[in-house]
Write a protein that binds this ligand. Structure first.
Ligand code: HEC
Ligand code: HEC
Ligand code: HEC
Length: 448
């Protein structure tokens, strides 16, 4: 046991440790062997994978990380652990992806592209201790070139029938129970499912939901179906992933309005949950992080393959009627796909509402969009592009639920997001196409 270090001398101790490490670690780095994971068949991907394995894997993977000595030192350890936790919650890859067995998703590539643009990876403190970890110019070029190429490849495509997220079944079962449990809200009156009903397209089909605090939300409730494909969560993207979103949802006054300590102690007093958590999280117990993790794991199963459009994309040319097909061609001609693309026809970028013509006439708090996060002027009225999957089930539309019907919102899109106006007839056809995006497993549920 290391005795506690008085507050006053801590900075000196940290400085001492860091100094010693700064000298010894770069030398020890030379002895860490990094094996190439990707095969030689694809030289371009292999070069990228080798860079990521050598310079990024310690913080951004669980199955390849080799932690340096100071990872278990007092003080330094808590900083390093925190760092790795943050790193993994914002960008997590694994052996399968680095070997090329599973492709990098759009959101992986989007994130990489963001990090390369900022040029802040690996973080400066890390480079200070591992001087060979900085990306040299050639490596930066290799990564950027590959990222740009991949970003161009992403196109509208089916939701795979196999779940590539490979969620853990025990966590999923626990997450499903939590998602439907009112115990997670302050007054025990709401569950996640109250606003995100699987019978109502994963949302609630009203303009604004009433939170556990009794107040209307400022924004329309988005669907939880296929949210796993989103680059980030919430209309303004403030949660990096589903786990972070669930962490906020429980305490957000407009959602569950609850106190995490209170929620965890309720769950700890419940025998069923004690057992389920013991199985799913043998070392972690009932904590906010694990509750959120289980809910997120469950949400990774809320995918909806099997729409008529997916059958069409898979090669069944008869799957769309002539009107629906014309609608799809218009969707491409009007350049809707520029924003609504990927397997989710959206969810992978942020765009201004009013791209080609000012949309807003009055300022409302709910209309500000990403500027609340970034504080950059150009992010005013910028929102995550919503998915168009199962769109016929989730009226009303837009972040403020102001568009009641599909023809109405398509008209708004053509007027404010593209500079190509559409006739009423064309709008009808696009709407017919949008209705083919409803998954067959959901079309039997209630429609709005
Ligand atoms: C010492 C640990 C560490 C190393 C090594 C590291 N990162 Fe990170 N990375 C982080 C942390 C911490 C964050 C979260 C940053 C934040 O929230 O500001 C992060 C975030 C990211 C993100 C998410 C950015 C976003 O906007 O969503 C990407 C992508 C990323 N890193 C890529 C890389 C790449 C590529 C490398 C290797 C060249 C790398 N990182 C090396 C710690 C690390
Ligand atoms: C009272 C209604 C309500 C409840 C209860 C609620 N939510 Fe939400 N949810 C919302 C609203 C409204 C938003 C959008 C808010 C925003 O973007 O700022 C949202 C956003 C989300 C999103 C983001 C989807 C996307 O595409 O950006 C997810 C995922 C989500 N909620 C899951 C959950 C989970 C999990 C729970 C339970 C822990 C929960 N919600 C409880 C109303 C609710
Ligand atoms: C420049 C990017 C961009 C283009 C082009 C674009 N959209 Fe959108 N779309 C968005 C954004 C951003 C939103 C969300 C805006 C908001 O609610 O503030 C949206 C919302 C929607 C919605 C409502 C989704 C929901 O859940 O509320 C539909 C439907 C839609 N778009 C269809 C289309 C169609 C059809 C076209 C082509 C005519 C199109 N979009 C072109 C960015 C775009």
């Amino acid at each position: 046991m290391v005795p506690p270090i008085p507050e006053r001398v801590r900075p000196f101790v940290i400085a001492g440790i860091l100094f010693a490490l700064a000298i010894s670690l770069p030398i020890s780095n030379l002895f860490i062997q990094r094996q190439s994971l990707a095969s030689n068949n694809n030289a371009e991907f292999k070069a990228v994978s080798d860079i990521l394995v050598a310079k990024c894997a310690d913080c951004h993977t669980k199955d390849l990380a080799q932690y340096p000595l100071y990872y278990d030192f007092p003080i330094a350890s808590s900083i390093a652990h925190e760092n790795v936790r943050n790193a993994q919650s914002s960008f997590l890859i694994d052996k399968k992806k680095l070997s090329g067995e599973i492709p990098f998703s759009e959101s992986d590539v989007e994130r990489l592209s963001r990090a390369m643009a900022k040029g802040d990876m690996p973080p400066a403190q890390y480079i200070a201790l591992h001087w060979d970890s900085a990306l040299n110019e050639k490596e930066q070029r290799t990564l950027s070139k590959w990222i740009d190429k991949r970003l161009k490849e992403f196109d509208i495509r089916p939701i795979p029938t196999e779940n590539f997220f490979h969620p853990n079944p025990e966590k999923v079962a626990l997450g499903e129970k939590l998602f439907n449990d009112k115990m997670l809200s302050a007054s025990q009156s709401k569950s996640c499912a109250s606003c995100h009903s699987l019978e109502k397209g994963g949302a609630d089909q009203v303009q604004f939901s009433i939170g556990d605090n009794g107040q209307k939300s400022a924004l329309n409730t988005p669907t939880v179906f296929n949210a796993a494909y989103n680059i980030a969560q919430y209309w303004n993207g403030r949660a990096a992933n589903l786990k972070e979103q669930a962490l906020e949802a429980v305490s957000n006054p407009h959602e569950m309005n609850a106190d995490w300590n209170e929620v965890c102690s309720r769950l700890r007093n419940n025998e069923t949950y004690q057992k389920l958590f013991l199985h799913a999280y043998p070392n972690g117990g009932i904590t906010a992080a694990n509750v959120s993790d289980a809910i997120a794991e469950y949400e990774h199963t809320l995918l909806t393959p099997g729409s008529k459009f997916d059958q069409f994309l898979a090669g069944d040319k008869e799957a769309l009627s002539p009107e629906e097909l014309e609608g799809y061609q218009l969707f491409k001609k009007q350049e809707c796909f520029v924003c609504h693309t990927g397997p989710n026809l959206g969810g992978i970028s942020f765009e201004k509402l009013g791209k080609t013509k000012d949309y807003f006439t009055t300022e409302m708090p709910g209309n500000r969009g990403r500027i609340d996060l970034s504080h950059r002027k150009e992010d005013l009225h910028v929102f995550k592009v919503p998915s168009l999957r199962n769109i016929e089930l989730t009226a009303p539309y837009l972040h403020d639920g102001s568009a009641k019907t599909l023809p109405e919102v398509v008209q708004i899109m053509s007027e404010y997001q593209t500079d190509k106006s559409m006739t009423k007839e064309e709008i009808e056809k696009v709407v017919a196409f949008l209705r083919t995006l409803t998954s067959s497993s959901l079309s039997t549920r209630t429609k709005s």
